[in-house]
Design a protein around this ligand. Structure first.
Ligand code: ADP
Ligand code: ASP
Ligand code: MG
Length: 421
């Protein structure tokens, strides 16, 4: 039996018809190596942004069902064009959307999770020698409603399809040459990582390294699918291998630095200092699918019996959050609400942090030396995040990248042989 390779091409890789023809070459190259190939594509270029803008011109608050109907069309264009490009180059190919494949998701619009992927039809096409080109980002509910997986979700489609098909590998082709120690477009001396563990990649993706959708990494870890992030424009380069090996890089406390400008901070003042307050507030948000990231509750003002709760949410959830807070007011008394949208979350990630005390102090010292004020802090076992003024985000990333020895002229080589994947 042949190995199955899943290839995913992002928006910039299929931005125009010449690029689509170039992608077809990359697909044929993989097929000629003797593999069965399934391709997942995103919408062309900035299509998803353009469609979103069109919707906003019609209505400031379009329904999420109709947004999914609209945005899912972008990927529909790419699959048909890529299948045509493959056929024009003499390769048998067929395009399929989520409904035709059976990519079943939960019944949530705009950020649905995949529940199941039916593989029968994909396998039939592979068995008859065709390349199967599948629309990323979209899904379908049991009830035949169209859903989408959230921005950047084509990565998750690709990895989930690879898992369902027990593919040998999932290659994420993009516009950079792999996963770097930080965004190479912001810090030019960022270093490419030869390999990184699922655990570290998941943290990096969650804190803003949008080279991979976080749920794609979660899915890869669950199915133990090796993922390569590599360049569409330099096919001979192997990029970065992401897999479940945790012996790598442990000598280095920090593997990567990321910034996330997509959140804003909400401060709810003068909430009662009593049991159940946080539960009422955050239950209200959870019921409406608003994800909360960092949370801080201030030290109680004993005389007034109140304190303040600050939390961060995605900017796109602001209107919903304001409505929820209005509703919560009938159950919970509170004072003013402050919204701060000029913030950036700066994070350092590294599995080696566990064995190296003093990493947090070094991060805070570095920010202090630049006179950057820290508004909120959160940590996990392998991550430290600080919320800072957005205007200082790049200064913070550059300084942390340097102080933790990640600049390309300083980086340590990964030791040992790479697995042959
Ligand atoms: P695609 O359209 O192919 O899905 P994305 O724009 O979603 O591409 O992801 C690729 C981008 O991710 C790069 O152009 C780069 O600017 C950004 N990026 C952020 N952090 C990193 C990182 N640590 N390593 C590599 N790229 C990163
Ligand atoms: N087209 C969608 C987006 O731009 C999905 C993706 O590209 O991953 O977010
Ligand atoms: Mg992407």
């Amino acid at each position: 039996m042949k190995n199955i390779i899943v290839q995913k091409f992002g928006g910039t890789s299929v931005a125009d018809t010449d690029k689509i023809k170039n992608v077809a070459k990359a697909v044929i190259r993989e097929k000629n190596l003797g593999n069965d190939v399934v391709v997942v594509v995103s919408a062309m270029g900035h299509t998803t942004d353009i469609l979103t803008k069109l919707a906003k011109e019609i209505s400031p608050n379009p329904s999420s069902r109709e947004m999914d109907m609209l945005l899912s069309t972008g990927e529909g264009v790419s699959i048909a064009l890529l299948a045509m490009a493959l056929q024009a180059q003499g390769c048998k190919a067929v395009s399929m959307n989520a409904m035709q494949v059976g990519i079943i998701t939960e019944n949530v619009h705009s950020k649905a999770r995949i529940l199941e992927i039916k593989t029968e039809k994909i396998k039939q096409h592979l068995d008859s020698g065709e390349v199967v080109v599948i629309a990323g980002f979209q899904g379908i509910t049991d009830d035949f409603e169209i859903t989408t997986l959230g921005r950047g979700g084509s990565d998750t489609s690709a990895v989930a399809i690879a898992g369902a098909l027990s593919a040998k590998r999932c290659d994420i082709y993009t516009d950079v040459e792999g996963v770097y120690t930080t965004d190479p477009r912001i810090v030019p001396c960022a270093s490419r990582l030869e390999q990184i563990s699922y655990e570290e990649m998941l943290e990096l993706a969650r804190v803003g390294a949008n080279v991979l959708h976080p749920r794609a990494v979660e899915t890869a870890a669950r199915y133990n699918t090796p993922v390569r992030v590599r360049s569409t424009f330099k096919l001979e380069n192997l990029g970065t291998l992401i897999l479940g090996v945790d012996k790598m890089e442990l000598h280095r406390p920090v593997t990567g630095v990321a910034s996330d400008l997509s959140q804003l901070r909400v401060v709810v003042c003068d909430v009662p200092d009593s049991p159940g307050t946080a539960a009422v507030l955050f239950d209200g948000l959870a019921e409406e699918n608003v994800s909360v990231d960092m949370i801080i509750q201030s030290y109680a003002r004993k005389a007034l019996n109140t304190n303040d709760i600050a939390f961060t949410i995605d900017k796109t959830d602001l209107d919903k959050t304001k409505e929820i807070l209005e509703k919560v007011k009938s159950k919970l008394s509170f004072g003013n609400i402050f919204i701060d949208d000029k913030i950036a979350k700066i994070s350092i990630v590294g599995a080696g942090m566990i064995d190296h005390p003093g990493i947090a102090a070094k991060m805070f010292r570095t920010l202090a030396s630049l006179d950057i004020n820290i508004k909120m802090i959160s940590t996990s076992e392998i991550k430290i995040s600080c919320l800072v003024e957005q205007s200082r985000a790049n200064d913070a990333v550059e300084a942390l990248h340097k102080v933790f020895g990640l600049d390309s002229n300083e980086i340590a080589e990964v030791k040992g042989d790479l697995p042959n994947i």
